[in-house]
Write a protein that binds this ligand. Structure first.
Ligand SMILES: C[S@@+](CC[C@H](N)C(=O)[O-])C[C@H]1O[C@@H](n2cnc3c(N)ncnc32)[C@H](O)[C@@H]1O
Length: 232
């Protein structure tokens, strides 16, 4: 496929309004208690409070609704939730620790936060270490000249393929027609994943996100893909 290599830097907002004191405290005090340590990436089970049964990763969790719902429904799975937007990080952290208990409230053993570019973590993980990956409503970058910024990109697909176990699922959702066509084009050009037509209704065991709710309210049709990592 003719697309420029993905830039190493991130585009899109990482900050918006000045943070309120509670938000600042969540970032200063709670985030370090939940941060997935970069030096655990080589042996990811070591990055959790106890050994996980599987390792799942969510890229760009937004407000954290999906990550928290998956964690609640799959309490033995180790989930690393990645997000770089400060308000998103605060949103997830605020649901985990009550106001005034940012440094004392117990934090989950098997939920960890990666507050940097998810691609940095993907590069650091061992081959076939991930059991599941979620990419829900990624920034669409609809202009053709911004295609290289899209997370679904031939190079990033290779990165994802390397870390997923054979048979593991990569879930992708998008409501943007340009991105939907792009996902089809990129995934048809690779052979690491088995592809099948996307669902038009969110499948079972796939909790909703805030962005999806906005898309549905605006009358946009999300598509939901489940790509299966090929064996061998
Ligand atoms: C459109 S929002 C969707 C949020 C959420 N998944 C939802 O469905 O509500 C995309 C999010 O991905 C985050 N993001 C984009 N690229 C990322 C990357 N490389 N690593 C981690 N987060 C990323 C952005 O900060 C943004 O919050």
């Amino acid at each position: 496929m003719a697309v420029k290599p993905p830039p190493d830097r991130l585009y899109g907002r990482q900050r918006s309004h000045p943070l309120r004191p509670r938000q600042q405290r969540l970032l200063d005090v709670t985030l370090p208690r939940l941060r997935f340590a970069a030096d655990a990436a080589g042996t990811p089970a070591a990055g959790f409070g106890r050994p996980p049964s599987q390792l799942w990763l969510e890229v760009g969790f937004g407000g954290g609704e999906h990550a928290l719902a998956q964690h609640a429904a799959n309490p033995e799975v180790g989930l690393v939730a990645c997000e770089v937007f400060e308000n998103g990080l605060c949103s997830l952290l605020s649901r985990l620790v009550p106001d005034g208990e940012e440094d004392t409230a117990p934090v989950p053993d098997l939920l960890r936060v990666w507050d940097d570019d998810a691609r940095v973590l993907l590069r650091a993980l061992p081959d076939t270490s991930l059991d599941r990956l979620f990419l829900l409503f990624p920034d669409p970058w609809p202009k053709a000249r911004h295609a290289k910024r899209r997370f679904v990109h031939p190079e990033t697909v290779g990165l994802v393929a390397r870390v997923l176990k054979p048979g593991a699922v990569w879930r992708v959702a998008s409501d943007d027609p340009t991105y939907q066509a792009w996902v089809e084009e990129v995934m048809r050009a690779q052979d690491a994943f088995v592809i099948s037509p996307p669902a038009t209704v969110r499948p079972e065991g796939w909790p909703p996100t805030r962005y999806e709710a906005k898309a549905l309210a605006a009358g946009r049709q999300p598509l939901y893909w489940s790509f299966i990592r090929r064996t061998g």
